[in-house]
Design a protein around this ligand. Structure first.
Ligand code: FAD
Length: 450
């Protein structure tokens, strides 16, 4: 794709993104920053309150989503009542997803993406690209490359891994304004997330096994009864007025395929959705968007790089899912009081996808370099199975090579290597320390063995 050809607007964009949640909007910003024309088609989402991890907000900041960062506000204190113990955790940013997503769309538009509001009902593939149409057949947007970012509502791709079926039944209340905070607490048949927003809204979200699903008609009565039986939850909303009925959301962990081809890719919850207990959902969607920007950029400029892109995207998808599954699983195992109850038994038994492991050494891996995916030698340790390409901008493998090639004596090592790599000696010294700490250089030795 030629740079001059790139455009959005009413013609065919370079990239058509379906879905304006964290994944779609952050990708739109990354791609417009790289000079691509982007059309983003999205429709209204269901109301929801969520807690964003500090890492998720840091990712939004890195993507330049200043409106979204402002909407996330300051982090609230968070505590966990689990296995009979109360613990204070890192804070989380409590957000009304409608406000957050509206801010994300403003960020995407400010970056130059063309926004279209509408519900995509079908996709048409032509000779030059993709068209998204609504239920009346009206074209909502078109683009040469298609990104599916419609979250859990995206048309399903086959699931590769699925956790126990999980539902979240939430209800919003209104109480005195001013308090900010959240709590997670376990109970015999699930766990609850409690949140208090500064505008006085309070949330009680009950996460239960799919098999315990209350009938839709009785959802609110069921929610009321469970809250009444949990003193902590009842206290959280004491004196508050319900703002509507209880609502249910599917919260099952599921990994699908990122479905990467030369002209399409699935990202965010459309590719994999994690258990809310992990607290990784929005973070994973944002991290995905960064990886996807490199994937799209690489395919647009070099379609022959497709095998490396596919490998990278598949690995990244499996890895993000495995980390989130592992984080959730650790919480489920930590609750020992109700091990025999179906909710806890099923989740403790669900083996999360094993985290990648690797032996110490040098491997060729697909990595992101300057917003492109390339195969490069990386240094792998059991603790860093994906491998490390560079420390402080100094690529590690060329550094090891430069030590093998250069004289072993005379002058400062960091200065000598820095000269051959055209890098400041301070940075090279930091990279050399990393090599020593991680067993690639014996301590104090000036060049790797033998
Ligand atoms: C019950 C529950 C609680 C959660 N709590 C948290 C939490 O506390 N913290 C956290 O980090 N994560 C949480 N998550 C996960 C988080 O919601 C997702 O991981 C995250 O929103 C994924 O972002 P996304 O951009 O991939 O998808 P989404 O945020 O789902 O965005 C998809 C977008 O596509 C749009 N769309 C859908 N269909 C169409 C269509 N046909 N046409 C056009 N547009 C369409 C939607 O309206 C939406 O704007 C929770 C999830 C659940 C189910």
């Amino acid at each position: 794709m030629d740079h001059q050809e790139r455009r959005g607007g009413h013609g065919m964009a370079d990239v058509l993104i379906l879905g304006g949640g964290p994944a779609g909007t952050v990708l739109a910003r990354r791609l417009t920053a790289l000079g691509y024309g982007v059309t983003l088609v999205t429709c209204a989402r269901r109301a929801a309150m969520e807690g964003l991890s500090l890492r998720a907000v840091e990712g939004l900041r890195r993507a330049g989503c200043t409106e979204a960062v402002a909407a996330a506000g300051r982090p609230a204190s968070r505590r966990v009542d689990w296995n009979g113990r109360r613990t204070a955790l890192n804070g989380e940013h409590l957000v009304d997803r409608n406000s957050l997503d509206a801010a994300l769309l403003r960020d995407a538009a400010a970056g130059g993406a063309v926004l279209t509001r509408g519900t995509v009902a079908a996709l048409e593939q032509g000779k030059n690209g993709w068209r998204a149409v609504d239920a009346t057949g009206a074209v909502l947007g078109s683009g040469r490359f298609l990104v599916e970012a419609r979250g859990r509502r995206a048309p399903n791709a086959p699931a590769r891994e699925t956790g126990p079926r999980t539902l979240a039944v939430g209800r919003v209340y209104h109480g005195p304004a001013g308090e900010l905070g959240s709590a997670a607490l376990s109970f015999a048949d699930g766990w609850a997330w409690l949140a208090a927003l500064p505008d006085g809204r309070r949330v009680v979200q009950l996460v239960i096994d799919g098999a315990d699903s209350p009938a839709r008609a009785n959802l609110t009565d069921w929610h009321e009864a469970v809250v009444a039986a949990l003193p902590e939850a009842a206290g959280w909303v004491a004196g508050c007025t319900p703002m509507g009925e209880a609502e249910v959301r599917d919260a099952t962990a599921v990994r699908r395929s990122p479905g990467v081809t030369a002209d399409r890719l699935r990202i965010g919850d459309a590719a994999f959705a994690v258990d809310p207990l992990s607290g990784h959902g929005v973070y994973a969607a944002v991290a995905w968007a960064f990886a996807a920007a490199a994937a799209v950029n690489t395919l647009a400029t070099d379609p022959t790089a497709w095998p490396a892109v596919e490998r990278f995207v598949e690995e990244r998808c499996a890895e993000l899912f495995a980390h989130a599954a592992d984080a959730g699983n650790q919480f489920y195992r930590a609750e020992e009081r109700w091990r025999d109850r179906p909710f806890w038994r099923r989740r403790a038994a669900w083996p999360p996808a094993p985290l990648p492991t690797a032996e110490h050494g040098i491997r060729r891996r697909a990595v992101v370099v300057n917003d492109r995916i390339e195969e490069r030698p990386v240094l792998v340790t059991p603790a860093l199975p994906r491998g490390v390409l560079a420390i402080g901008g100094v690529e590690l493998y060329p550094l090891l090579e430069s030590m093998n090639a250069g004289p072993s004596r005379g002058g400062d090592l960091a200065e000598r290597c820095g000269r051959s790599l055209v890098q400041p000696p301070g940075r090279v010294a930091a990279a050399l320390s990393w090599l020593v700490e991680n067993g690639f250089l014996p301590g104090g030795q000036s060049r790797p063995g033998p």
